[in-house]
Design a protein around this ligand. Sequence first.
Ligand code: CP
Ligand code: NVA
Length: 308
Amino acid sequence: MTRHFLSLSDVGGDALAAILGDAMDRKAARRGLPKGQPDADAPLKGRVLAMVFEKNSTRTRVSFDIGIRQLGGSGIVLDAGTTQLGRGETIADTARVLSRMADAIMLRTDDHAKLEELAHYASVPVINGLTDLSHPCQIVADLQTLLEHGKALPGLEVAWLGDGNNVLNSFVEAAGLMKFNVRIGVPEGYDSDPAFIAAARAGGARIDTYRNAADAVRGADVVVTDTWISMGQAHAEAKLAAMTPFQVNSALMAEAKPDAVLLHCLPAHRGEEVTDEVLDGPQSVVWDEAENRIHAQKSILRWAFGQI
Ligand code: CP
Ligand code: NVA
């Protein structure tokens, strides 16, 4: 059966743990190599990954492109605006054609239903490179970063500050699979998807919502934030005003455990959801997190090809 990586639940907790272990092992094994040099075992030699972008990207695009090369394969980037998809060719026909030409497809799009439709009609693995609903690849890199910084996942207290968005949904999904807890500090009206929260609770995670930022962060092991305005959302002054008390600054970080780390999927809007002082400060692990996008993508790809 074709393995699609549309959500972390498609993978499950055991396979997610195996993906994380593989990502860390492979990262260690190629330490010091030039970034464009393939891994010694080149496990995806000859495979081609088609990457379709209907939204902007720096990290996801570069990490998948470099990642597939390090695995011995190659990638091709399709910007929707310059493909027939952008002129109205259907998702189904695009899926059929790309399945004949490439060995896997990554899609970044707005509507999650488009991703599901692509997977339905594709006969090769389809990977979620971000939708308005979720961003599971990001969370694999985030969890890898936490493990590398000595944060064992079960029982971990993760505080999320700001908007209840796609990245938070995938964090909450991961909590149910890996048994950590999420304290969501979010203003009223900007809550995350209740279906993700219900599923995580059913998986044994404690997920609580706070309307006061300090209450959410108090005693946390990890503080996470993201842009207040996601791609495709209108720039709304009312939303920015509601978010302001949830800014991650030094005073707020001081409420977390002294050894707490800061995650941010990036791009950051410095001075909005996070201050320079915190983003560039000693508790920030965001550059490791960004690098880990490469290592995480590679192991996600290996999983999709049945190698994990
Ligand atoms: N974090 C993330 O997905 O970054 P890009 O939008 O640059 O891909
Ligand atoms: N929530 C952000 C994440 C960007 C990587 C967005 O969807 O724009």
